[in-house]
Design a protein around this ligand. Structure first.
Ligand code: PMP
Length: 401
């Protein structure tokens, strides 16, 4: 009965790793997937995470029982606090329903499913152009209608602020708008604080429902509060909103699938009812979330010493990426690569949106064995100082041939 099932197309991002693995050239470089690597090109387990795991293993009370549908309560409370800030009115007034999700993706999916079931004002979800490739599929699979708003301006390789605000002001009343909380993927272009204020005004003018995707808190600037500023601006302004958090990047817990979904409501009673429905959505999809990663996060967020250590390590990762930007920029100058590459320095977070065309990316991969997404995005976190010269040569060759 399954003979007619067609082959699925390779995933735009995960497919790259497969190509990389199959390549036997010694110079090969994987800048496709957004995972942090050390200067030696190795995955990093944070010391704070190791210590939390050690404590978990040493704790005789630990077992492998099911969590509740909504996950680990301490983890949920601490995650909301990390995002909304300690003095947050939302938290004081109990206006948030926060459940544990399967990393960022699963949290977005549960949020989308919740909107599909209970949000009646509009079924339209607006995503930025461009955005993380999975956004469209996640919300379409929830039965929602996905539309786009302008975000990136090719000419300046910066934010198309006017276009974005214009599109938001022309959106259907009540539509959901996906906003990257910081370190926009794939462009690395974030609004300034003043621009966030303008975006907030546009959101208000059409009573849009903001849905923040926060996959990089602390990873962008190295400062958790700074990276949470946009979420806090909207929450403190009294807006109802959704928030998907991921600990994949900022704690390096990629494969543990640990994240959180919050829905901010107008009062505490609504938050309670919303929470009960979020749990139902989880129940129908996967019953309850996994324990290990959330337990690690809860230990780190609740222990002042481990929390402080995490912040240092997080800043270390963010700083290495910032230094990679400078080293790549310098290498491009050194090899005399034509064009203005200052956007590599200006962009924020894990990725750099190089501006390379599809044909140029093909040259990068086929001739130079540099694996990256077709839209010209490279992961700065996968780069090391030793490889900057080679990468700069590859870029030069690709833009000049
Ligand atoms: N949103 C954005 C913008 C992302 O870049 C990512 C990770 N690539 C995610 C969500 C989800 O990641 P995860 O499910 O691994 O937390």
């Amino acid at each position: 009965v399954f003979e007619a099932v067609p082959q699925a197309p390779p995933d735009a991002i995960l497919g790259i790793t497969e190509g990389f693995k199959a390549c036997d050239n010694p110079n090969k470089l994987n800048l496709g997937v957004g995972a942090y690597r050390t200067e030696e090109g190795k995955p990093l387990v944070l010391r704070a995470v190791r210590e939390a795991e050690r404590r978990l293993l040493a704790d005789p009370k630990q077992d492998h029982e099911y969590l509740n549908m909504g996950g680990l309560p301490d983890f949920c409370r601490l995650s909301a606090q990390l995002a909304f800030g300690e003095g947050s009115a939302v938290l004081k007034e109990g206006r948030n329903a926060t459940i544990q999700g399967l990393s960022g993706t699963g949290s977005l999916r549960v949020g989308g499913e919740f909107l599909s079931r209970f949000y009646t004002r509009s079924k339209v979800v607006l995503i930025p152009t461009p955005t993380w490739a999975n956004h469209r599929f996640i919300f379409e699979k929830c039965g929602l209608e996905v539309r786009q708003y302008r975000y990136f301006k090719q000419e300046t390789r910066g934010l198309d602020y006017e276009g974005m605000v214009e599109d938001l002001k022309a959106a259907p009343e009540g539509a959901t708008v996906i906003l990257h909380a910081c370190a926009h993927n794939p462009t690395g272009v974030d609004p300034t604080p003043e621009q966030w204020q303008g975006i907030l005004d546009a959101v208000r003018s059409r009573s849009l429902l903001p849905f923040f995707d926060s996959a990089y808190q602390g990873f962008a600037s190295g400062d958790l509060d700074r990276d949470g500023a946009a979420i806090r601006l909207f929450a403190d302004a009294g807006l109802e909103l959704l928030l998907a958090q991921s600990y994949a990047k900022n704690m390096g817990l990629y494969g543990e699938r640990v994240g959180a979904l919050s829905v901010v409501t107008s009062d505490a009673a609504a938050a309670k009812r919303v929470e009960s429905q979020l749990k139902m959505v989880a129940r129908h999809m996967y019953s309850n979330p996994p324990k290990h990663g959330a337990a690690i996060v809860a230990i780190i967020l609740s222990d002042p010493e481990l929390f402080a250590q995490w912040k240092v390590e997080l800043k270390g990762m963010a700083d290495r990426i910032i230094s990679m930007r400078q080293q790549l920029f310098d290498a491009l100058q050194q090899v005399g690569c034509p064009g203005d590459w200052s956007h590599i320095l200006k962009q924020i977070g894990m990725f750099s949106y190089t501006g390379l065309t599809k044909a140029q990316v093909e040259n990068m991969t086929n001739k130079w064995h540099v694996y990256m997404t077709m839209d010209g995005r490279i992961s700065m976190a996968g780069l090391s100082g030793a490889k900057c010269g080679y990468l700069a040569e590859a870029i030069k060759d690709s833009v000049t041939t």
